[in-house]
Design a protein around this ligand. Structure first.
Ligand code: NAD
Length: 258
């Protein structure tokens, strides 16, 4: 038990979760708090983020802090990060997770729609990682970053068409590897997870027949639950992954093996 605790505990650490007001981010924030971390949530939905932070503090007895942050707003992230560090003391971990999807054929999509998805999913992940990495390097903290990519960066989803999303997620995976190389010498590890179809708010609004098709296409014949990503993210964040960097951990019920 002691060894297990030493391997996977996040005790004494603080984690910043983007998109932590709901879905996968919220679930990771809960799990991180349950195994010892204090939690900072940045989300576009300020009120919901505040509520999540309050509930986590009450449930797990951790220190929490939240801010309404748009991950496409570079200056806004900079200010929020500065304030979060001031409130929490030090932040060692980042779950860089906020993301959106637009499902439309390319020929029906506007340049604005393409730019919106790339801006949140790729530029946003880059901005948060860059500012957080800069903070770690300047303070000499040997931190750990996990970005949320997707199996959509590996395969092309169907029946729904979502080229902008797929492209943005392929970008997140390669950005992860690039950052892992650049920051290895600073003792900062950068990895990503690539979830398959998970049942969250993001996917709860799509057509019922699509969701049934997704389950049918997945070898495990179901969608994943957000809590089924917690072990993967905690592993990558924790000291048990101390020699792991630039890795893409695919958690998809077997979708990408066939
Ligand atoms: N649900 C899935 O099947 C699935 C599969 C693979 C990858 N993912 C990825 O996982 C991540 C989380 O997805 P989810 O399913 O929990 O979605 P979700 O919609 O339930 O949660 C996303 C969160 O991100 C926040 N957000 C959106 N735009 C933002 C912005 N500009 N700035 C700050 N916050 C913003 C939202 O307010 C929300 O709280 C996303 O990156 C998504 O692409 C999801």
């Amino acid at each position: 038990m002691e060894m297990l605790k030493k391997l996977f505990s996040l005790e004494g650490k603080t984690i910043l979760v983007t998109g932590g007001a709901q879905g996968i981010g919220r679930e990771i924030a809960n799990h991180a708090a349950a195994i010892g971390a204090d939690v900072v949530i940045f989300d576009l939905q300020g009120k919901k983020a505040e509520q999540a932070a309050k509930e986590i503090a009450e449930t797990y007895g951790r220190r929490t802090y939240s801010r309404q942050v748009d991950v496409t707003d570079y200056e806004g992230i900079k200010t929020a990060l500065k304030q979060a560090v001031k409130e929490m003391g030090q932040i060692e971990l980042l779950f860089n997770n906020a993301g959106i999807v637009i499902q439309k054929p390319v020929i029906e999509s506007s340049p604005e729609e393409w730019k919106k998805v790339i801006d949140v999913n790729l530029n946003g992940v880059y901005y948060v990682a860059q500012l957080f990495g800069k903070y770690l390097i300047e303070t000499g903290i040997k931190g750990s970053i996990v970005n949320t990519a997707s199996m959509s960066g590996i395969i092309v989803n169907y029946p729904q068409l979502q080229a902008s999303y797929n492209t943005s997620k392929a970008g997140v995976t390669h950005l992860t590897k690039s950052l892992a190389y650049e920051w290895a010498e600073h003792g900062i590890r950068v990895n990503c997870i690539s979830p398959g179809y998970m049942f969250t708010e993001l996917t709860s609004f799509v057509r019922e027949d699509w969701r049934e098709k997704w389950a049918e296409l997945t070898p495990m014949k179901r969608l994943g639950k957000p809590e089924e990503l917690a072990g993967a993210v905690i592993y990558l964040l924790s000291d048990s992954a101390s020699f792991t960097t630039g890795c893409e951990l695919v958690v998809d019920g077997g979708f990408t093996i066939i």
